[in-house]
Design a protein around this ligand. Structure first.
Ligand code: NAD
Length: 484
């Protein structure tokens, strides 16, 4: 199938300003299967102007929260109607089995839109008692106003779901948006924009400019009329975005990477912990920000747990994800294939014990073998860096204090999981671990009502939940003098 994609600006699909395009490449065949418009600064200019017009003078600025909520609920229904197609678009673009996005990404995205439909009409201000103004009484109250035009920059690993996290919240808050999907996965964002148009969102509320990060993404960050950048992606790009946004005092939300620990105590249910660790390592080929890639395991359990995890890795059926029975496809791109193999080689060189997998030979398709290392130390590269592939690193600990110290000895702080049968210990460890989200006996629970985000190198800000919608508002205070 050949796909010929374009931007979507002010309700109309359009070519890039200079008509340039870039190829879309299938990770299974390594062949180009289509192309998309390669955005420029001029395209960003047009999209921001359309978004700004809607925000300030168009129909969007006239809509109240209840009407925005009604549109969001309609969009949720349309996403539900097209959910198989949307899951397939995302899965095919990165060589993922469509089963995962059908079970996880799409239900989560739909729930987010439905939750946001409710938030849209709940963005209330406060009445605040004050000491008056030079002896005269005053009345002070606050209102929540949309921050303005948002630049939403999205990665390739769960494109539709992450786009929806941003859109649901910012649309509830009354903002308008220019979406910059990943250059690997522009399809589902473009389809979502069409569904929004069908739902009745005015043209210009949602614009999509496809292209590269250092072209479209950078132009959005540098645009003076973009009030906030909501970015999900790598710490390297996040750092650059924060620098650029800082010059213009732009708001930023940065959802970055992770090296999340799964702490397995010897009083945990062995089977539950094993299932949870395998899911946290191998879902989406390990290309998950919250991947539980650092398995901290209590010494008495370490050998048995490592062997069982290696067996689980051997049992994963790797191949073309469109074939029945295949559980794991290739990683999404050549750079990712090289990166994962480089780390596996480094793990071997630095002395960790390879229990399963290993360096994969380049064949057709960027297939990586699910890999498990044991006897690793927390100072090894495979324990410190985000690999973003199906590679697990087992590190042994003796005491609860040591487990907490190891969990926190990381540049990242996105998620953590505690596996234990001791409830008091579970809460103690959850409180002590420095991470944005902790799962007790469950890996990475996601819900539309829960905030999501990290600390340290994992980012700044939260998206999801009602507080995620508040993050797209400014709290304005109004004071009126009340003379006697
Ligand atoms: P990436 O940083 O390479 O790209 C992400 C997006 O940013 C893409 O759309 C890209 O084109 C754009 N971009 C790149 N450089 C840019 C720049 N200088 N200015 C503006 N835009 C730029 O990341 P990726 O490879 O697409 O995604 C993988 C990373 O995303 C991993 O680190 C992963 O952990 C992280 N991630 C985090 C979360 C989360 O919720 N915390 C979720 C998913 C992925």
């Amino acid at each position: 199938m050949t796909e010929h994609l374009n931007h979507f600006i002010e309700g109309t699909p359009c070519e890039a300003f200079d008509r340039r395009r870039f190829d879309l490449v299938n990770p299974v065949t390594e062949q180009a299967y289509g192309s998309s418009a390669r955005g420029t600064r001029e395209d960003v200019e047009r999209a921001v102007a359309a978004a700004r017009h809607q925000l300030e003078r168009g129909g969007w600025s006239q809509l109240g929260g209840a009407q925005r909520g009604r549109l969001l609920a309609k969009l949720a229904d349309l996403v539900e109607r097209d959910s198989e197609r949307l899951a397939d678009l995302d899965a095919n673009a990165i060589g993922r089995s469509p089963i995962e996005p059908r079970r996880m990404d799409l239900p989560n995205a739909i729930a987010n839109l439905r939750a946001a439909a409710g938030w849209a009409n709940q963005l209330e201000g406060r009445t605040i008692p004050t000491g008056g103004y030079f002896g005269t009484k005053t009345l002070s109250y606050t209102v929540r106003e949309p921050v303005g035009v948002v630049g939403a920059i999205v990665p390739w690993n769960s494109p539709l779901m992450i786009t929806v996290w941003k859109l649901a919240a910012l649309l509830a808050a009354g903002c308008t948006v220019v979406v910059k999907p990943s250059e690997e996965t522009p399809q589902s964002a473009l389809h979502l924009a069409l569904l929004a148009q069908e739902a009745g969102f005015p043209d210009g509320v949602i614009n999509v400019v496809t292209g590269y990060g250092n072209e479209v993404g950078r132009a959005l960050c540098e645009h003076p009329n973009v009030a906030k950048i909501s970015f999900t992606g790598s710490p390297e790009a996040g750092r650059e975005i924060q620098r650029t946004a800082g010059v213009l005092f732009k708001r930023v939300a940065l959802e970055l990477g992770g090296k999340s620990p799964q702490i397995v105590f010897d009083d945990a249910s062995f089977d539950d912990a094993l299932r949870g660790c395998a899911l946290g390592l191998f879902a989406n080929q390990g290309q998950v920000c919250a991947a539980g890639s650092r398995i901290l395991v209590q010494r008495s359990l370490a050998e048995r747990f490592g062997a069982a995890l290696a067996e689980a890795a051997h049992a994963v059926n790797v191949g073309d994800p469109r074939e029945p029975g295949v559980q794991m496809g290739p990683v999404a791109k050549k750079a990712q294939f090289d990166r994962v193999n480089r780390y596996i080689q480094r793990g071997i060189d630095q002395g960790a014990t390879l229990l399963a997998g290993g360096v994969s030979a380049p064949e057709q398709g960027w297939f990586v073998r699910p890999t498990i290392f044991a006897n690793a130390r927390n100072d090894m590269d495979i324990a410190r860096d985000e690999i973003f592939g199906p590679v697990g690193t087992l590190i042994t600990f003796d005491s609860e204090d040591e487990a907490i110290a190891l969990a926190n000895d990381s540049a990242y702080g996105l998620a953590a999981t505690v596996w234990t049968g001791d409830l008091a210990r579970a809460h103690r460890v959850a409180a002590a671990v420095k991470a944005g989200a902790v799962g007790i006996n469950c890996w990475s629970p996601l819900d539309a009502n829960l905030p999501w985000g990290g600390v340290k190198t994992s980012g700044i800000g939260r998206e999801g939940g009602f507080s995620g919608a508040l993050a797209y508002t400014e709290e304005k205070v109004i004071t009126v003098l009340l003379p006697a």
